[in-house]
Structures are given as C-alpha cells and as structure tokens.
Design a protein around this ligand. Structure first.
Ligand SMILES: Nc1nc2c(ncn2[C@@H]2O[C@H](COP(=O)(O)OP(=O)(O)OP(=O)(O)O)[C@@H](O)[C@H]2O)c(=O)[nH]1
Ligand SMILES: [Mg+2]
Length: 310
C-alpha cells in the first residue's frame, strides 16, 4: 500500500474537494468495478456520505469543528497494470491491486515545527503517513488575488511558508526510509474554487480559455508553474532546491477543481446535473480532473514499492 497525504489550510475547500473525490470514486467504482476498488472505515464512509449528500443537494458542507483531530482516511486501489482506462484494454489475468491509503487532514504549524525541532517517538501508522511519497497540497483559488502583494494574497503567503515547511519535514522522513526506492516525492497540487479565481489573475497566469479539463498537459504545467513562482515562492524554492539526501523529487502535477454556483435568493447553491434519468443528482464538477488525479495516483501506486507493515 502506498500513502498519499492531503495538505490544506482551514477553509481552503478541503471537505468539498474530498466530497468531489468521493463522488468521482463512486462513479469510477460503478463504471469500472473490476478495475477500481474503494474502501474506508465506517466513520470515514459516514463522513464522506454526508458530504456527498450535501453536494448532491446543491449545498456546501458545513465547516468542520476540529478538523485536525478527525482526519478522514480511506483506501482505494487500481488493479495493478490493468486499469482499463489507463491501458486501453482489460485483461483476465488475476493480479493484485495497487492500493493507496489516503489521509486527509491539516498539519498544524505547531505540529510541524515540533517535529522539525525534536526527535519524536512516533507510532508506525503516523510514521507511514509522514513518509507518504504522494503529497497533495490544496491551493485555494479564491486566494489568487490579481495583485499578489495585496492584502488579499496574505493568507496564501502564510500558507506558502507553512507548506514549504511541511514538505521539507516530509522529505526528512522520506530520507530516513529503509527502502531506498521509497525515497521519492510526488507533489500533486490541487487548486480548489477555480470558479473564483479572478479573471485578471487568469490573464496574468496566461491560462488558456475554457475550463482546465480542456487544457493540454503542457498548458496545465505552465499555469501551475506560474502559480508556484508568483504565489508560492517558498514552496517553489523548496521544489527547485537540490539536496543530497537521496530523495528523488518529481516535478509537480496540477489539477483544478471548481463548481458552478447559482444565487437563489440570498442563498448560494451549487449547480447540479442529473446523473441519469432514473438516478439522483450530482454537482456540476470537473469529473475529468478528478479522474486524472486518481489515475495519476494509481499509476504512481503501481510504480512505488509496496510497503511492508512495520
Ligand atoms: N465557488 C466555490 N466555492 C467553494 C468551492 N469549494 C468550496 N467553496 C467555498 O468555500 C467554503 C469552504 O469550503 P470547505 O470545503 O468547507 O473547506 P474546508 O477547508 O473543509 O473548510 P473548514 O472545514 O471550515 O476548515 C464553502 O463553504 C464554500 O463557500 C468551489 O469549488 N467553488
Ligand atoms: Mg472542512
């Protein structure tokens, strides 16, 4: 099993992102049930089902009270080497699944500096998470103010420092993994609330017109790179820094999520579409972005060494 750690900040759209990821997983699980598996503890399933229900009803989820203390966690798996939509064909070969343990939660700044400054005795599960080769930092699109030195860009500047520190910490833990092949970092950035990125910002980022689902891979990377250099200088510096610690740091991947919203009276509702004439509704979300993210993670999980339980 490989692990992926989702990193975010309060209010960045984390719960909505997880709800949409779950929505996409439900769809993939239905359409590709032989290739895609999903599993979670009951508590996590209940939380995700609740968010799924809210989004399906056109509402945003409620704010989490103590987010850090109730991390969500789930596992999904792709049949190793036989994801039909990855390879363009299925197979009857009985192979195992590459599974990914997803942990979603905040890493409070204090916890990060505490771990940076002291040698802590950590349990195996925490250690495994801190050695997640896949990191998914969430970037709130609403924070991408056109003038990045303005007050509107302040939360992002703070987040940038925190993110760079967290990634640096994770790198230290990865560097101490016994398995040399496991010493790899694959940052996959997710920009949430893409619908709220101001149009002047999009222009400055030289974003292609139309939704990101239609962007070419090189355009996507170029926009991501401009976001990094313009809005996340500390993180950008971290990613560019060469280090002699044996950890291989890959170029980041970029995915974009957003919802269309409608004003109904004084309420903001999420625009929805019918899944099929007989089944229910789902939010109008960029399914292809989520499928792209899940596919990329599945691909990495198939390549990374299988963790042995400690
Ligand atoms: N327009 C738009 N607004 C969004 C989107 N995602 C989230 N929001 C807004 O951002 C708010 C916070 O989103 P959540 O998903 O609850 O974010 P969170 O990081 O889980 O927040 P906390 O649990 O409060 O820390 C929502 O109530 C919405 O108002 C999006 O895709 N588009
Ligand atoms: Mg939340």
């Amino acid at each position: 099993m490989t692990s992926a750690l989702v990193l975010g900040e309060r209010g960045c759209g984390l719960t909505t992102f997880v709800g949409l990821l779950y929505t996409a997983q439900v769809r993939l699980g239905t359409e590709n049930s032989d290739e895609f598996r999903f599993h979670a503890e009951r508590e996590s399933i209940q939380q995700m089902e609740a968010v799924y229900g809210e989004l399906g009803a056109g509402r945003f989820p409620a704010a989490d009270v103590d987010w850090e203390r109730h991390p969500l966690s789930f596992v999904f798996g792709f049949r190793r080497g036989h994801a039909a939509w990855l390879t363009g064909g299925g197979g009857s070969e009985e192979e195992g699944f590459s599974t990914v343990h997803f942990q979603v939660g905040g890493m409070p700044a204090e916890a990060v500096s505490e771990l940076q400054d002291h040698d802590a005795v950590l349990d195996a599960a925490t250690l495994r998470l801190l050695r997640s080769p896949i990191q998914i930092p969430i970037v709130d699109g609403a924070w991408l103010a056109p003038d990045r030195t303005s007050i509107g860009a302040l939360p992002l500047a703070r987040y940038d420092q925190h993110l760079a520190g967290t990634l640096d910490l994770l790198r230290k833990f990865l560097a101490s993994d016994r398995n040399r092949r496991a010493r790899q970092m694959f940052p996959l950035f997710v920009v949430t609330k893409f619908d709220r990125v101001p149009s002047e910002t999009l222009k400055a980022l030289e974003a292609p017109s139309g939704p990101p689902e239609g962007w070419r891979p090189d355009e996507r990377l170029a926009v991501g790179d401009r976001i990094l250099r313009g809005y996340l200088p500390a993180t950008s510096e971290f990613l560019a820094r060469a280090k002699d610690d044996g950890v291989r740091l890959s170029n980041p991947g970029w995915f974009f999520s957003g919802l269309r919203t409608e004003e109904r009276g004084d309420e903001i509702r999420i625009a929805r579409r019918r899944i099929s004439p007989i089944s229910g509704w789902e939010p109008e979300y960029p399914f292809e972005e989520f499928k792209g993210l899940l596919t990329r993670i599945g691909e990495l999980a198939g390549r990374l060494p299988v963790e042995r339980p400690d």
